[in-house]
Design a protein around this ligand. Structure first.
Ligand SMILES: [Zn+2]
Length: 170
C-alpha cells in the first residue's frame, strides 16, 4: 500500500471514531454551493465557514464556471440550492499558461494520439490572464446562462493564499 493509501486508512480510523453526523440529509441544509479551485492551499470549509452538510463544494482547476456548470445544474435543480459563491484565488496556476502551452505539454509528454484526443473532445483548459476580470467574467457567464435561474443569488470572490483572507469582487 502506498503512503498516501496508508494515510487514508489512518485518517478514516480516527475520523470515524468520533463521527456523529450520519443523520445529515442529502440536500445541503443552507441551500448554497461554493465553486472554487482545486488548489491544494485552499481549505473551503475553514476559509469560507462551511459546516458539514451545509453546502455543495464544487472544485476544478481555476474555479471555472464553464466547467462547473454540469454540477451547478445538478446542485440547483436536483438538490435545491439557490445561491452560488464563486471563489478564485491569488497565485492560481491558471494564470500561468495558455491553451496552446497545455496542448504542447500534452503532446510532448503523452504523444500525438493524446493531443488528438484533446482536439476530438474539444477540451479548452480555460486559463485566464487576469484574476479579477476572470471572476467577473464567470459571474456574468452564470447570470447569462439559461441554466441558472434569475432567482439564484451569485457573488464572486478572491481568496488570498498569502493571507488566508477572502474578499468580494462582485
Ligand atoms: Zn487555482
Amino acid at each position: 500500500m502506498s503512503a498516501i493509501q496508508q494515510n487514508v486508512e489512518a485518517a478514516s480510523a480516527s475520523y470515524s471514531a468520533s463521527f456523529d453526523k450520519g443523520h445529515l440529509a442529502l440536500p445541503p441544509a443552507k441551500k448554497y454551493l461554493v465553486l472554487t479551485c482545486m488548489d491544494a492551499r485552499i481549505d473551503p470549509a475553514r476559509a469560507f465557514g462551511i459546516e458539514l452538510g451545509d453546502a455543495h463544494v464544487i472544485r476544478n482547476a481555476g474555479a471555472s464556471a464553464v466547467e462547473g456548470l454540469r454540477s451547478i445544474v445538478i446542485s440547483e435543480q436536483l438538490l435545491g440550492t439557490n445561491e452560488i459563491v464563486l471563489v478564485k484565488h491569488t497565485g492560481c496556476g491558471m494564470l500561468t499558461f495558455k491553451n496552446e502551452d497545455a496542448y504542447g505539454i500534452v503532446e510532448k509528454n503523452l504523444g500525438q494520439a493524446a493531443v488528438e484526443e484533446l482536439r476530438e473532445r474539444k477540451i479548452d483548459f480555460l486559463p485566464f490572464p487576469e484574476l479579477e476580470q476572470a471572476v467577473k467574467n464567470d459571474v456574468e457567464f452564470l447570470k447569462a446562462s439559461k441554466l441558472v435561474p434569475e432567482s439564484v443569488t451569485i457573488s464572486g470572490w478572491i481568496y488570498e493564499v498569502e493571507t488566508g483572507k477572502t474578499r468580494r469582487v462582485v
